[in-house]
Unconditional design. Structure first.
Length: 230
């Protein structure tokens, strides 16, 4: 257990900050995913064939392509794109994109593809009578979506949003390839330094399980809150 001491004698403080980094990336990514899902779920529910195609293209591609490949494309491809633009303006040096931002956006794009289907399915599960009643009452579309449809959608979507969060949380381990020091990257560094990979990778598993357990508790409370009266 001396490996987990804080200070110069152990890796406890490094693993603690790595855990905070994992949470920060996951939270940022899930909100990026929700933002994208709100757009593309609308596209998929639209009567426009073009918007339907765009929405289906997004969910098909980013649920079908490996997550690690998306991270590589944005991290290394992003650096190449930025350097290409910089070269146009006369700068020839190497530019590396921010690892945190790249990781959060990459995982957010993937999370958004799954969240899009969750939002779409939840909205389609709402009774048609709810939409008709809102129109009969003369409510504007923006008003009845925010006041009636979205609250019901959240109640129906929460169990699946919980699953998307678990996927997003675990996918943060993939961004260790960018050099960002989160749980997996820090465990790799500690394992290499101490030559005790079994201990540190096992402890990383415990940290992920702890985060998952706490997340499930939180989502269970949210489900109970949104399910009052049902």
């Amino acid at each position: 257990m001396e490996f987990l001491y804080f200070g110069n004698t152990g890796w406890g403080d490094e693993l603690f900050f790595a855990t905070l980094m994992t949470i920060a990336v996951a939270v940022t990514a899930i909100f990026i995913g929700f933002f994208l899902a709100a757009i593309f779920a609308t596209f998929k529910l639209s009567k426009s064939k073009i918007l339907n195609f765009v929405g289906n293209f997004y969910t098909t591609v980013f649920r079908g392509v490996p997550e690690l490949l998306v991270i590589y494309l944005l991290f290394f491809g992003g650096s190449g794109a930025v350097m290409y633009v910089a070269k146009i303006f006369g700068y020839d040096g190497y530019i590396e994109v921010n690892a945190f931002l790249t990781g959060a956006i990459s995982i957010g794009i993937i999370s958004g593809a799954y969240s899009t289907e969750v939002f779409r399915g939840a909205i389609q599960s709402i009774s048609e009578g709810q939409f008709e009643a809102s129109k009969v009452l003369g409510l504007r579309k923006k008003i009845y979506y925010y006041k009636i449809i979205i609250p019901q959608m959240l109640r129906l979507a929460l169990p699946n949003i919980s699953n998307v969060w678990q996927i997003t949380l675990k996918d943060t381990s993939l961004i260790s390839v960018t050099g960002l020091v989160e749980i997996m990257r820090q465990s790799y560094i500690a394992a290499g330094s101490t030559r005790d990979p079994l201990f540190f990778y096992s402890f990383a598993a415990v940290l992920y399980l702890l985060l998952t357990f706490l997340s499930l508790k939180l989502f269970n409370k949210l489900e109970k809150n949104y399910s009052r009266g049902f």
